[in-house]
Design a protein around this ligand. Sequence first.
Ligand SMILES: Nc1nc2c(ncn2[C@@H]2O[C@H](COP(=O)(O)OP(=O)(O)OP(=O)(O)O)[C@@H](O)[C@H]2O)c(=O)[nH]1
Ligand SMILES: [K+]
Ligand SMILES: [Mg+2]
Length: 434
Amino acid sequence: MNRTEDTIFALSSGTLPAGVAVVRLSGPKAFDAATALAGDLPIARKAGLRAIRSRNGSVIDQALLVCFPGPASFTGEDCVELHLHGSRAVVSAVYEELSALPSLRFAEAGEFSRRAFENGKLDLVEVEGLADLISAETEMQRRLAVEQSFGGQSVLYRSWADRLTRARAMIEAELDFADEDDVPGSVSDRVWLDMGDLYAEIEQHLGSAKAGEIVRDGYKVVIAGPPNAGKSSLLNALAKRDVAIVTEIAGTTRDILHVDIDLEGYLVRFFDTAGLRETGDLVEQEGVRRARIAIEQADMILELEEIDSVSKHDAKLPSTNLLRLGTKLDKHGVSPNYDLCISSRTGEGLEQLRGRILEELRRVWTGSLVPNRQRQVQYLKEASQSVAEALNGRELDIRAESLRAAASSLGRITGHVDVEQLLDVIFSQFCIGK
Ligand SMILES: Nc1nc2c(ncn2[C@@H]2O[C@H](COP(=O)(O)OP(=O)(O)OP(=O)(O)O)[C@@H](O)[C@H]2O)c(=O)[nH]1
Ligand SMILES: [K+]
Ligand SMILES: [Mg+2]
């Protein structure tokens, strides 16, 4: 039997026990299955209270039922939601009844969204956005996911693909009618002007990919510096709990620890590292090696040093996005030798430190319409490269072919590669003096 014709069910709400558990059904037998459990069904898209009964007639629970006839449903198929009381026992008794019905089975991971995609309810970008929306933890992650899951990003990609297809139609018309004298001569010029604009737009959008990555995966701030500078103490102060071991012994930290902090809606990931120094200790050497790798991958480095300490270290740190912090302000006076002086003990300077990081983040953030997955970035790069090839090409037919390639790269992002259809429509309306 074709598995896509099965009717699937799963718990769509969170971990049990809970006040309410929503079990969702989708597929051709969804309404039959719900009728078997509830006796009869409420009218479409209206909630109705029903006793849910087992095969032997005993009541399992009282539940709200909502029916969504396809195609006006999440998956595009007939769907039913059962809003049950959220205990493990209720849900497993309902599962048992559903499993006993012919051609009903438990859904596989992502199968509801998969069906929604296959039935044209969601495109790939929207599916990815939905996954991000469900796992969003910060305000910025939520905003990004909303733009993606409700079509904002897809509209942009589709409008680009349409422009490419139109441009190609113009070029091909020019090729076809090249011998005739009724071809408007400036058509081609206008097309290439627009393609130049499009190239700039895609490049600008690609330029914001870093912001997307930062919002999704977090802004990486690495706390570095010589042993005993107070790195682990700063991590603990920022986290407001004892994450890292702090002692007065130089070389305490070896492994890299990290703490995620929500800074005004941005996810910031702070890394505590081993103190940078030459050492004979094998374990500490490994710690220093790891610290250097973390420093290389950082979006921002906090270079800590006890204020005006005599033992200046000479570890070379990248100078871009480096903030020099003088530590243990409670023991020493403020010194002009640092960007900022702080005390992890009293908390002095920490608010300013958060402010500095936030300033950076706000500079990076360019709005929520950004590519934020490697897959999207990859295809956007391909598209941009093809447009550049078209702009710089010589033979008109090869240039048109590059435009086609660009449109299909964009189509792969959303999963819509049917630009050929649009091309047909455009051509059928196209008439040059005929
Ligand atoms: N007075 C004062 N002491 C501090 C402050 N921050 C850290 N210390 C002390 O400095 C010592 C070293 O602190 P750590 O946080 O372990 O320093 P570290 O840079 O992580 O050291 P390593 O992991 O060994 O490289 C400890 O004794 C801390 O109590 C501060 O703001 N004020
Ligand atoms: K220490
Ligand atoms: Mg430490």
